[in-house]
Ligand binder design. Structure first.
Ligand code: HEM
Length: 224
């Protein structure tokens, strides 16, 4: 989603001066916690330490050299687009692909499905993601909501897919209740990208064993 790739030296080199500016001002990598006030310790904090920033700034000031190729670590492997980051027990898809036009304004599409839960279930993890690789290019977000009551079509926020998002995994012995009969609404924000694109989204749920009730039940989703 960034304007450029930073995977190789050749990708990075033209951006060196801009990287120095964005990293030393803490605009990049994105992390919206003020470093000078309030709580500073967060799980999964991706922000850079002062030392890391100083290293990058010095590298740019030294002319952004490639260095000794023998010292280069192997490139990082990213998971395939169709990989689930949890092992879902059940997967529900939007029933048929939505065909997004090649051109036009952004579209917001709502699709409600009935997962068919006849009894209350608790989930320990949830992940939402596109089914086909092509969809990733046009999807800004896909949020899912639980509709417990048809008179309240907004429902309760469950989970979201957006660029870079993995799964929400609840801490041990905690989870989320899906009441019997609940429906799942997908809200899709789509951005036409010059090619007609088929859009289909799936939600995967990891379930507590039948009859198990977690000690802590989250009301909204609780990303871990
Ligand atoms: C150390 C890691 C990173 C570095 C060095 C970096 C560097 C940069 C630089 C130099 C720009 C300015 C590009 C321009 O002038 O057009 C930029 C923009 C941007 N980056 Fe990063 N970035 C990092 C991590 C990330 C991550 C993790 C994300 C997404 C999760 C991200 C998303 C973006 C976006 C969306 C923009 C465009 C912002 C805008 O136009 O307002 N970057 N980044």
């Amino acid at each position: 989603m960034a304007p450029m790739s930073l995977l190789t030296y050749q990708d990075v080199r033209p951006w060196a001066r801009s990287i120095k500016a964005k990293v030393s001002s803490r605009e990049m990598p994105p992390w919206f916690i003020d470093k000078h006030v309030g709580i500073q310790k967060f799980k999964n904090d991706p922000s850079l330490t002062d030392d890391e920033i100083a290293t990058m700034v010095k590298w740019v000031d030294d002319g952004a050299p490639q260095g000794n190729l023998a010292d280069m670590p192997p490139p990082r492997n990213f998971s395939d687009l169709d990989t689930w980051h949890i092992k879902p027990d059940v997967v529900f898809k939007t029933p048929k692909p939505y065909i997004l036009k090649a051109q036009g304004p952004d579209e917001f599409v709502d699709v409600t499905i009935d997962p068919g839960f006849k009894e209350d279930v608790y989930i320990s993890a949830v992940e939402t993601k596109p089914v086909e690789a092509a969809t990733f290019k046009v999807i800004h977000h896909a949020t899912t909501n639980l509709i417990e009551d048809d008179d309240d079509p907004t429902g309760l926020f469950l989970n979201e897919y957006a660029v870079g998002k993995g799964a929400d995994v609840f801490p041990p012995n905690s989870g989320r209740l899906i009441k019997a009969g609940s429906k799942i609404n997908f809200n899709l924000h789509l951005h036409p990208d010059g090619e007609q694109t088929s859009v289909q989204i799936a939600i995967g749920l990891k379930l507590f064993p039948k009859g198990d009730v977690p000690k802590y039940v989250a009301f909204h989703s609780c990303p871990n």
